[in-house]
Design a protein. Structure first.
Length: 586
């Protein structure tokens, strides 16, 4: 095959054995890679509890990794979330996707449970297990430095869990190459339950490309579109300011979640924006392998500059106006290996519950306790919903399916209300991103204060993103490029003859399969919802912008329309008819 290696490494940590799985070519063609291939392999396994040794944890690349296709360094991690109980996958950057292909594998599926903390070491010459007890209790940067110090691994890639996962934080992340996070839903806790501390990979194999000149053509086409995109490469775009470029825009639209989503306007936002970080930290850019956009930012003294969600939640959501405290909060989460969105929302929930204003000192202390699993941090580390439920106030947890909301208040862009509700992963902006239409006005502008027509937009967006995560491309590129250019790249690499429309059908199948998995695990329409606050309370209006509650009846009508368009029944459950149409069974 071109593009794929044709080999998946199956690892059983209980008896420390490995096998090579060779799938038929149709399985690759029908699932592409990344999210699609992981979903195919885990379909029958995601009924297990997240900490059952039989539960699988998949790391999956795609056919474009290790080629010159733009943003080809990414990959997907998938399992069942300890935070939500739903299927959970995360697209992650860095270079592991590229290096794993160089080691000769399309992916790794890990099952079982090691007796003690272990490492998995993979190269193009073999696979070994190592004792990793000496790496426990250490911050992520130290673990990464020690793993990178091993002479054979100096050009390798490393995925690891930090102290948060060791201490049972339900939103513990898997950290790749020191800076890149499979952050949401607690995949790090799944890895820790297997006592797998790290995966280290090196290799030098090449990926066979079917038609190099055609790939170059596709690459140039994508580069041209990126160069013409103000959002990506404009003076105020994410190349220059990182994803923090969104901060002013979301603030000015009066949809910045503030004080645990009780307000949507943060008066200190103008001093907490990406420009302020650029000035104060003299930022430089870096990023994932195979990417020329380089949206990550680092300060002159090595400070990691927060991404937009972190920037927003550790300022507005907590009512914090101390820039350095945001950078420190980010640093604590990074070193512990935990998701900043879930951590910040959990903190905001505790502030609402207690009625106390969090100071930088108090929230940084709580964050350290979460990472260590001590004091109040022990319950906050269980996530906002469990924390609020234990206190008898589940309604103050700003979550969907138990996953904490990112930094877009749904009252300011109503498509997000439906996107949060229908996402298979829970309160997430990466399954569908109607913000693209409602705020960025791409590819076509829609009315952000109307739900009309959003069901179809969200369904298409979910299918598109399922393809993007299966190509293991970066979603940011799709502010400029489209599936047409990526279909061309995919065909050039693999020899397939597919089109954007055919790829969207593949995406529909991948997403529907996730609905089937969730339905088997007890999820239904009751879980496709958002907290009552958004239907009852207004946001922070101004003279010219009225931020009203979401109309419950209109929301339910549009959700029903989504179910129809998606081929689900009125309770949000998959139907045998639609499943059969997509070649699935429910
Ligand atoms: S745009 Fe950013 S997240 Fe996407 S591949 Fe490039 S560096 Fe990674």
């Amino acid at each position: 095959m071109h593009g794929w290696t044709g080999k998946i490494l199956q690892v059983n940590l209980t008896d420390k054995t490995t096998e090579e799985l060779r799938l038929p070519p149709e399985t690759y063609l029908n699932n592409i890679g990344g999210k699609g291939l992981a979903g195919e392999l885990l379909f029958e396994h995601l009924g297990h509890r997240w900490d059952d040794p039989q539960m699988s944890l998949a790391f999956m690349t795609g056919p474009l990794n290790n080629t010159s296709s733009p943003t080809s360094g990414r990959m997907t991690v998938m399992s069942r979330s300890p935070l939500t109980g739903a299927i959970c996958d995360a697209s992650v950057g860095g270079k592991m996707g590229t290096i794993l292909k160089r080691a000769g594998y399309d992916g790794i599926v890990v099952t079982g449970q090691s007796e003690g903390w272990c490492g998995l070491n993979i190269s193009d010459t073999g696979v070994t297990f190592s004792n990793a007890t000496h790496l426990t209790g250490l911050p992520v940067s130290t673990i990464h430095a020690r793993l990178s110090d091993v002479p054979a691994m100096q050009n390798g890639a490393h995925a690891m869990v930090g102290p948060a996962a060791e201490n049972g934080v339900r939103y513990a992340a898997i950290v790749f190459d020191g800076h890149y996070f499979a952050g949401r839903g607690g995949l790090g806790l799944v890895m820790a339950a297997k006592k797998l501390k790290h995966i280290s990979v090196c290799g030098s194999l090449k990926t066979e490309v079917f038609e190099r000149a055609e790939l170059k053509g596709a690459q140039e086409e994508i580069y041209r579109l990126v160069a013409a995109s103000p959002v990506l490469t404009g003076d105020l775009g994410i190349t220059h300011y990182g994803t923090g470029a969104l901060y002013d825009l979301i603030g000015s639209r009066r949809m910045m979640p503030t004080h645990n989503f009780r307000q949507t306007w943060f008066e200190h936002a103008p001093t907490m924006n990406a420009h302020a970080y650029k000035q104060q930290y003299d930022t430089k850019k870096f990023g994932c392998a195979g990417c020329h956009i380089l949206c990550k930012k680092i300060g002159a003294k090595g400070e990691i500059i927060p991404e937009f969600e972190t920037m927003s939640h550790f300022s507005a959501l907590l009512g914090n106006q101390d820039l350095e405290a945001v950078v420190e909060a980010n640093q604590i989460c990074n070193e512990a290996g935990m998701d900043t969105i879930s951590a910040a929302v959990s903190l905001a929930t505790s502030a609402e519950l207690s009625g106390q204003v969090l100071t930088p000192e108090s929230f940084l202390k709580l964050l350290r306790e979460i990472a260590a699993g001590t004091g109040a941090g022990a319950t906050l580390g269980q996530g906002a919903l469990r924390f609020a439920t234990a206190a008898g106030r589940p309604e103050i947890a700003m979550v969907s399916k138990g996953l904490e909301f990112p930094a877009y208040d749904p009252r300011g862009a109503l498509g997000m209300a439906l996107a949060y509700a229908t996402s298979t992963r829970g309160g997430c902006h990466l399954r569908a991103y109607p913000i693209s239409h409602e705020i960025l006005r791409k590819p076509v502008a829609t009315d952000r204060f109307s739900l009309s027509g959003k069901a179809r937009i969200i369904k298409i967006s979910e299918d598109l993103n399922a393809v993007v995560d299966s190509l293991t491309a970066c979603k940011f590129l799709f502010f400029a490029a489209s599936l047409e250019e990526y279909a061309r790249a995919l065909n050039a690499v693999t020899g397939m003859q597919t089109s954007a429309q055919q790829l969207l059908k593949v995406g529909e199948r991948i997403y529907y399969r996730e609905r089937i998995i969730n339905a088997r695990n007890g999820f239904s329409a009751a879980d496709d919802d958002i907290p009552a606050r958004f239907f009852a309370e207004s946001g922070s209006s101004s003279e010219s912008i009225r931020v009203l509650p979401v109309d419950r009846d209109e929301f339910l009508q549009e959700r029903a329309a989504y179910y129809r368009i998606r081929g689900l029944d009125e309770n949000g459950l998959p139907t045998p008819h639609k499943a059969a149409e997509l070649g699935l069974s429910c």
